[in-house]
Design a protein around this ligand. Structure first.
Ligand code: E4P
Length: 240
């Protein structure tokens, strides 16, 4: 009884205590299908560069592509980024994106007009992902504006000799201090160690390439062990 009461009082105020969500960071439908088939995928993040990489241009095609992604990952959130950088533009683009499918999360850049847009969508009950976050101050602002997700780009921080995981840790502390509901979506994940460290810190979500997810499954001792099991089985079957 007493340990339970202590847990209720002192448990960290995290939104997802049960598991870290796995999002795939791509607009490639084949990779999204492959990740979804693993059965551990919880959503998708895209950005204008990822859409361009797939050759998706023109508003109609972009909208169709988001719909196609939502049709693959039927129960997962799909972040769709606005292109406008002014408040009115972000609001009108975001409203159109949100109408596409209930799983669409409107992705808004961390700029001053973006903060206003986050607040607008939060007041309307439309979910948002605040992107291009590189500091704890930006993450604090995003949470105060009511962002559903905040996306610190850990790989890009590592690229400029700044530990991206330190930022995840800092945001975790700040959000837990005040009980913010905003989920920490560790973005720009590049490799399996990023994923493991994010899980240790308590990020709510990580988004990364399929290769990083698949790399989690790999261990040379697993391969050696399996080869041995199969060889022994073959030998025993041949003898018996
Ligand atoms: C997040 O939503 C972004 O799309 C993404 O994670 C950026 O990652 P990159 O630094 O690998 O481009």
């Amino acid at each position: 009884m007493y340990p339970f009461i202590a847990w209720v009082i002192f448990a960290p105020n995290q939104t997802n205590l049960n598991y870290m969500k796995f999002f795939i960071d791509t607009a490639n439908l084949d990779q999204i299908r492959e990740a979804n088939a693993l059965g551990v995928l919880d959503g998708v993040t895209t950005n204008p560069s990822l859409m361009a990489k797939e050759g998706i241009t023109g508003k109609d095609n972009v909208m169709k592509h988001y719909k196609a992604i939502c049709d693959i990952v039927v129960e997962g959130d799909v972040s769709a980024e606005v292109i406008a950088t002014d408040y009115e533009g972000m609001v009108s683009e975001g409203l159109e994106l949100a109408e596409l499918h209930p799983n669409i999360v409107v992705k808004i850049p961390m700029i001053v007009d973006g903060i206003k847009a986050l607040k607008y969508f939060s007041d309307k009950g439309i979910r948002t992902n605040c992107t291009l976050v590189f500091s704890a101050g930006q993450a604090l602002l995003a949470a105060k504006a009511g962002a559903s997700y905040v996306s610190p780009f850990i790989g890009r921080l590592d690229d400029v000799s700044t530990d991206g995981l330190d930022l995840i840790e800092q945001i975790r502390v700040i959000y837990d201090n005040y009980g913010f509901d905003t989920e920490i979506l560790a973005a720009s994940v590049r490799h399996p160690m990023h994923i493991i460290k994010c899980a240790e810190i308590g990020a709510d979500v990580m988004t990364g390439p399929l290769s990083a997810m698949l790399a989690l499954a790999k261990h040379p001792l697993t391969d050696i062990g399996l080869a041995q099991f199969l060889a022994d089985h073959k030998k025993a079957s041949a003898n018996g």
